[in-house]
Write a protein that binds this ligand. Structure first.
Ligand SMILES: [Zn+2]
Length: 292
């Protein structure tokens, strides 16, 4: 076992957990992932900073690593940057979930003709979680083409992990305001705000406080890397404690510029207690997905 894995396993063993559940990991077709990595390498405008990827390995090795960490369930977050791509990605993700049973079947969409149809098909095929990336996709969550999608996911109770915060760089449609309008129309949508809404933490926490089905994932939040450009105000920690049943561990593995365990230590040093850590790193996702 690598030192990396030792560090992660010690974390959940100390808490008396059977392992952890990570709701925000990326698996996608190799060609697409290579493009994503190329983008991070170029420190492109959506990142605007050095982003050396820690876990640049082939798929088998990345899966073996997650399992050596004791990650019991994870996702294959994937997302289109243009029309005509989502249905194909969903086909890949369905196949991935079939061959990788510890991965929660993940799907995605884009505001385009036919979107309601292929989202319904993905749900019927067993998709457990969706990913919506407002920054890379550069679309409005309030696009009329998506109305039936939100309705369907709200009714089916299927969570959608949404990159809707304006970090690391703002998009035309990111930020709490458009998401607030979406939730006003679909208050029962099981929305998971990715990255704790970095950097608009306070505003996205307010949405979670207003809408009981809204959750947040920890992806990259509270790490040294993110604290550098989008610090979380310590005075807001009480709100994290109060929402302890609606915060879910996410990491962005493998596209992270530091070792996996750093995300866990970043949660630990919030000093919200072991019960909070147990809920965030295992219990909440286990209950939400009836898994683990
Ligand atoms: Zn991500």
């Amino acid at each position: 076992m690598s030192g990396d894995a030792d560090d992660v396993v010690r974390f959940w063993e100390r808490l008396g957990l059977p392992g952890i559940i990570d709701v925000h990991t990326h698996f996608m077709p190799e060609r697409v992932l290579a493009k994503v990595w190329g983008y991070f390498d170029s420190a492109g405008p959506l990142t605007g900073m050095e982003w050396p990827i820690e876990y640049r390995h082939d798929e088998d090795e990345r899966l073996a690593l997650l399992r050596s960490f004791g990650v019991l369930r994870f996702t294959s977050m994937l997302y289109p940057h243009k029309a005509g791509m989502a249905a194909w990605l969903n086909g890949w993700a369905a196949d991935f979930a079939r061959r990788v049973p510890d991965c929660l079947h993940t799907a995605t969409f884009f505001p385009e003709e036919g979107v309601a149809g292929y989202v319904r098909e993905a749900v019927e095929a067993g998709a457990r979680v969706f990913k919506s990336h407002l920054q890379v996709g550069a679309y409005d969550a309030n696009d009329p083409l998506l109305e039936p999608v939100w309705g369907l996911l709200a009714e089916a109770g299927i969570p959608v992990v949404m990159h809707c915060g304006s970090g690391p760089a703002p998009g035309k449609y990111t930020g709490p305001e458009p998401v607030g309008r979406l939730l006003a129309r679909h208050p029962r949508l099981p929305l998971i705000v990715a990255h704790m809404g970095t950097p608009e933490y306070a505003e996205f926490l307010a949405l979670a406080e207003t809408y009981p089905r809204v959750r947040l994932d920890t992806t990259m939040a509270f790490t040294d890397f993110t604290e550098d450009f989008a610090p979380f105000t310590p005075a807001e920690r009480g709100r994290l404690a109060a929402l302890g049943d609606r915060i879910l561990l996410g990491t962005d593995f493998p596209n992270i510029p530091y070792p996996y365990a750093h995300q866990l230590h970043a949660l630990e040093r919030l000093e919200l207690g072991d019960d909070w850590l147990r809920a965030v790193c295992y219990g909440n996702a286990s209950a939400l997905f009836d898994a683990g």
